[in-house]
Design a protein around this ligand. Structure first.
Ligand code: GLA
Length: 385
């Protein structure tokens, strides 16, 4: 590695509301956070990518930029780098490789998108080393599809906010066509992120459960579209434009099996909550935003069935400590919760979580790593060229 290697940074994200609906083409409302993946790198003359990680838990990994990059075994961290590389090399066939050292202060498998932050950082490093630029929206879309290399059928939220976030703002992300619309966070709001201590490995154990959801949503969408007399490829936004939510829910009750009806109800009600939450933030209506977080959690727990007892408990404790509302964030099955509270209550909420959740689990010593106030950060960037 040269004396002053180039450096890129890609933040993690916390999704404020709009969970498990990006792959249905419905808007979501996340923000980037202050914790990030950073990659120091030097360009190479050949096609090799040589990766090291400052964390000894992640062994070094080397591969060659070819049209079909063979994956490392499932669950290997290097597959996220391969995902970025594979997507780029199919678009720009003559790319040269890099020597890269990765470091991160983002908790892994905690619902804060450490994996997509690695994908985005890797992509920016390879592009920069080759003097190639891409329009941000095009790169977001390329990497959202590219990350499916790891076997997860994710939507486009993570890569889009990681690349497109604005400091101090949450952003509504619309899909097809992709666009980001920022809303400034009110100065006296605080979003607290707290990890459940349960790893949610989307490319590992949770993969099957995650991938089942887009399939179920698609099946439900097709059946309802047909009932409405629409083409069976009509999208969720088309269904929502064709009929009010109450009518869609009625139809779901008479058309869909129990599980599909529940999945469908989550998707269409969560879509409505995103619009309401964006308005509540723009008005500074903290209480309204909090109620929407609570309703989202209930829907994710009961209808979408992606919660976990530890997440439910964190949500309860945050509310009891004075949060206006709280919910699981990210894919679920473990990972983190996000809670909203007035700035003046943030320290008290964190102290309560420490005393009632982390201390009984012997984790109070590292509470600063597990639970923190999220600061709305800017998107990924080349820090040093
Ligand atoms: C993961 C996926 C996202 C999104 C969330 C759930 O983070 O990568 O695309 O589906 O889960 O909202």
């Amino acid at each position: 590695m040269g004396k002053t290697p180039a450096l890129v940074r890609a933040p993690g994200r916390v999704n404020l509301i709009g969970e498990h609906i990006d792959y249905c083409g419905l808007p979501v409302f996340p923000m980037a956070i202050q914790r990030s993946v950073r990659i120091a790198f030097d360009a190479r003359r050949d096609q090799q990518i040589r990766l090291a990680n400052r964390d000894p838990a992640f062994p070094a990994s080397t591969f060659t930029l070819t049209q079909q990059i063979p994956p490392a075994p499932a669950g290997n961290w290097g597959n996220y780098a391969r995902a970025a590389a594979q997507a780029l090399v199919q678009r720009f066939p003559d790319l040269r490789g890099i020597d890269a050292i990765v470091e991160s202060d983002l908790p892994i498998a905690a619902g804060l998108s450490s994996s997509s932050a690695l994908v985005v950082a890797m992509a920016l490093a390879i592009l920069h080393a080759n003097g190639v630029t891409m329009a941000p929206l095009e790169l977001m879309d390329l990497l959202a599809r590219g990350e499916r290399y790891v076997g997860t059928a994710g939507g486009g939220m993570d890569q889009s906010i990681i690349l497109g976030a604005q400091a101090g703002c949450a952003s509504r992300i619309d899909f097809h066509p992709l666009r980001l619309t920022p809303t400034r966070l009110p100065a006296d709001w605080r979003f607290i992120v707290a990890w459940s201590l349960v790893h949610a490995e989307k490319s590992g154990a949770a993969r099957q459960a995650y991938n089942d959801r887009p399939r179920q949503c698609d099946e439900a969408r097709r059946l309802i579209a047909t009932r409405l007399g629409l083409q069976d490829d009509a999208s969720y936004p088309t269904l929502l434009a064709a009929a009010p939510v109450a009518k869609l829910l009625d139809l779901a009750g008479t058309t869909l099996s129990g599980v599909l009806a529940k999945r469908f109800r989550h998707v269409v009600t969560e879509g409505a909550r995103v619009r309401q939450a964006e308005t509540a933030m723009a008005r500074g209506d903290l209480a309204a935003f909090g109620l929407l977080l609570d309703a989202s959690h209930q829907s994710l727990r009961d209808d979408y069935e992606v919660s976990h007892p530890e997440l439910d408990q964190l949500v309860e404790l945050a509310r009891e400590a004075g949060a206006a509302g709280a919910r699981l964030t990210g894919a679920g099955f473990g990972g983190s919760v996000v809670a909203l509270c007035p700035a003046a209550r943030a320290a008290a909420v964190l102290a309560e979580l420490e005393a009632r959740f982390y201390a009984p689990r012997g984790a109070a010593g590292a509470v600063g790593r597990y639970a923190f106030e999220a600061e709305a950060s800017g998107g990924a960037e080349v820090v040093r060229g």
